[in-house]
Design a protein around this ligand. Structure first.
Ligand code: 13P
Length: 233
């Protein structure tokens, strides 16, 4: 049975009280063998939530990072700081970082190279086949490091809009990406789908060919929805 991934991206949607409450509720989830569950709280509360969830079945990841090491970069977050608080994975290249924070393809791809050569793992988001930097992946992922990377297809128009991409469309893009990964001997890399996933549509999406999991925004901030997605597997 293939391993599935459910990743909750809380974005900047919750205040402290609601973030901690959600973390305590999530802690009670009993994971299943074939399932990997991760949540990405806002960076302000990462350390506290990593501590709450440290002995649970749920992993805590970051929504972004800026640099590898400590330095004079006001407002930044680096990989060394994430590691120090027990966070070993981050999302990178989310379309909201690209559009609202003006992160360019070049900046994001530079950060991808940095993290692929570090000991942290990454979920790289793309909103079209063309945005996947296959050259960087094939150059930087060696045999023993292929599983450092997860890809996440998130069509911008489906994010936070309630408009989920059709199953045919999701399958078409995921299959195209998977085929190019195969040509580069990288077919083990999981590909998640993100964009208005909820407890009503998650089963159908997760049953789709070449979909290895879901990256969930709004629905992952509501415990009933999150449980619904987990139980749909
Ligand atoms: P929604 O699930 O709210 O559409 O957000 C998707 C997303 O951006 C996950 O990273």
């Amino acid at each position: 049975m293939k391993k599935l991934h459910i990743v909750g991206n809380w974005k900047m949607s919750l205040n402290k009280e609601d973030s901690l409450k959600l973390a305590h509720n999530i802690k009670l989830i009993n994971n299943k063998d074939n399932l990997n569950i991760e949540v990405a709280p806002t960076s302000l509360y990462l350390a506290e939530i990593a501590e709450i969830l440290q002995d649970s079945d749920i992993s805590v990841i970051s929504q972004n990072f800026d640099f590898q090491n400590l330095g004079s970069f006001t407002g930044g977050i680096c990989l060394d700081q994430l590691k120090e608080i027990g966070v070993n994975k981050t999302i990178l290249g989310h379309s909201e970082r690209r559009s609202n924070f003006n992160e360019s393809n070049e900046q994001i791809n530079n950060k991808l190279e940095i993290i692929l050569n570090s000991d942290l793992d990454v979920i790289f988001c793309f909103d079209s086949y063309e945005q996947v930097p296959f050259d960087i992946l094939s150059t930087n992922l060696k045999d023993n490091s292929k599983l450092k990377l997860t890809l996440a297809y998130e069509p911008t128009w489906a994010i936070g809009t309630g408009k989920t991409a059709s199953i045919e469309h999701i399958e078409e893009i995921h299959t195209k990406v998977k085929e190019t990964l195969e040509e580069n001997m990288l077919q083990e890399i999981p590909i998640l789908y993100g964009g208005s996933v909820n407890s009503s549509n998650s089963k159908e999406i997760l049953d789709t060919n070449n979909v290895d999991g879901v990256l969930v925004g709004g629905a992952s901030t509501k415990i009933d929805q999150l449980l619904g997605i987990v139980n749909s597997i």
